[in-house]
Design a protein around this ligand. Structure first.
Ligand SMILES: NC(=O)c1ccc[n+]([C@@H]2O[C@H](COP(=O)([O-])OP(=O)(O)OC[C@H]3O[C@@H](n4cnc5c(N)ncnc54)[C@H](OP(=O)(O)O)[C@@H]3O)[C@@H](O)[C@H]2O)c1
Length: 301
């Protein structure tokens, strides 16, 4: 097992889920200033990535005691909302027991922990949620992510919880809402997108910067860290198409109740307010057009 890239006089950062959409962006940003230990479960994305299943407490302890991180950003999760609904034991094991293992290991090696949570801890009846609003998840993914938060609070001395919403951006092999819209429209495929489902889409690169700055500054407690604009999925899809010069007429509006493919119920409006974190960070949550333009520039490089 490689111990991550240890460079003298540098702080050590361990990132779980570094093969994922968010985790890999954090590693890319951090590797110029930190000794980084990216970890993955199935498929490495970085040459020095460590294979680590967070549900295996013994393995987690082994990796943490070997690398001795100063800072940990825990992004690993079962993120497939419908799979969490179908395979509840697997979802609990990954999102709750896994987070428990990470929190305990952080305490053992005195590392600070940033845990990435979700807007799906809310029921979606109110929208524009602030940190003081009461969570009330309506699907099992939300239940496990909220219990993951509780595990962090109970078992870790020095932690931050960042709740985010609809992460989008480029990834070598994983699809997300934005890349699905782009790929479908490029192939001239018509797509149906819900017009009564609201959230605050978040560019992965922007969230990676916020998460890293949060960790660097040692912020403590609970923060909402998403894009700054509330939007329906339908409007978001249209904005994606416009930014990438694709045919917006291929996007057809539908209602949430017409979507038969969804197994888990989704909160209708789980948009987040980000004023609290904006007071503490230099990195600002991006508006939709800012995020999409940045994604487009990245593709053109
Ligand atoms: N995506 C969204 O729209 C969204 C919205 C709100 C909140 N979030 C939260 O944001 C975080 C990052 O999301 P993301 O979209 O970047 O995730 P993602 O692309 O789905 O990646 C998930 C990562 O978790 C790893 N993982 C899964 N099970 C694991 C296990 N048992 N042990 C170790 N690693 C495991 C995966 O590893 P392998 O791929 O190598 O198996 C992968 O690296 C998650 O905590 C998620 O709950 C996401």
């Amino acid at each position: 097992m490689p111990a991550g890239k240890i460079l003298k006089n540098r702080k050590r950062l361990l990132v779980t889920g570094a093969s994922g959409l968010l985790g890999n962006k954090i590693i890319k940003l951090a590797e110029k200033d930190y000794s980084v230990a990216p970890t993955h479960r199935t498929k490495p994305l970085h040459s020095n990535s460590i294979e680590l299943d967070i549900t295996e407490a013994k393995d987690v302890r082994k990796v943490f005691h070997k690398f001795e991180p100063d800072k940990v950003i825990h992004t690993a999760s079962e993120t497939n909302v419908d799979m969490c609904e179908k395979e509840k034991d697997h979802a609990w094991k990954t999102n709750v027991d896994g987070s428990h293992n990470i929190a305990l290991a952080c305490s053992e090696v005195s590392a600070t922990l940033v845990y990435i949570s979700t807007d799906y801890v809310f029921d979606g009846r109110k929208g524009s949620y602030v940190e003081e609003d009461n969570p009330n998840p309506i699907n099992y993914y939300g239940v496990t992510k909220l219990e993951g938060e509780n595990q962090i609070i109970r078992n870790c001395r020095n932690y931050t919880i960042l709740r985010t919403s609809v992460i989008y951006g480029w990834h070598p092999w994983k699809q997300n809402f934005a890349t699905w819209v782009i790929e479908s429209l490029r192939q001239q495929k018509e797509i149906a997108v819900v017009e009564d489902h609201y959230n605050t889409p978040t560019l992965a690169d922007n969230l990676a910067q916020m998460a890293l700055e949060t960790s660097e500054k040692g912020l403590q407690g609970l923060y909402h860290a998403s894009g700054s604009e509330r939007v329906s999925r339908y409007t978001f899809a249209k904005q994606i198409a416009k930014t990438f010069n694709l045919d917006t007429s291929l996007i057809k509006p539908i209602k949430m109740h017409q979507l038969t493919a969804w197994i888990a119920e989704r909160p209708k409006d789980s948009s987040l307010k980000t004023e609290k974190i904006q007071k503490h960070l230099k990195t600002k949550p991006l508006k939709i057009t800012e995020g999409l333009n940045r994604m487009k520039r990245e593709a053109e490089q």
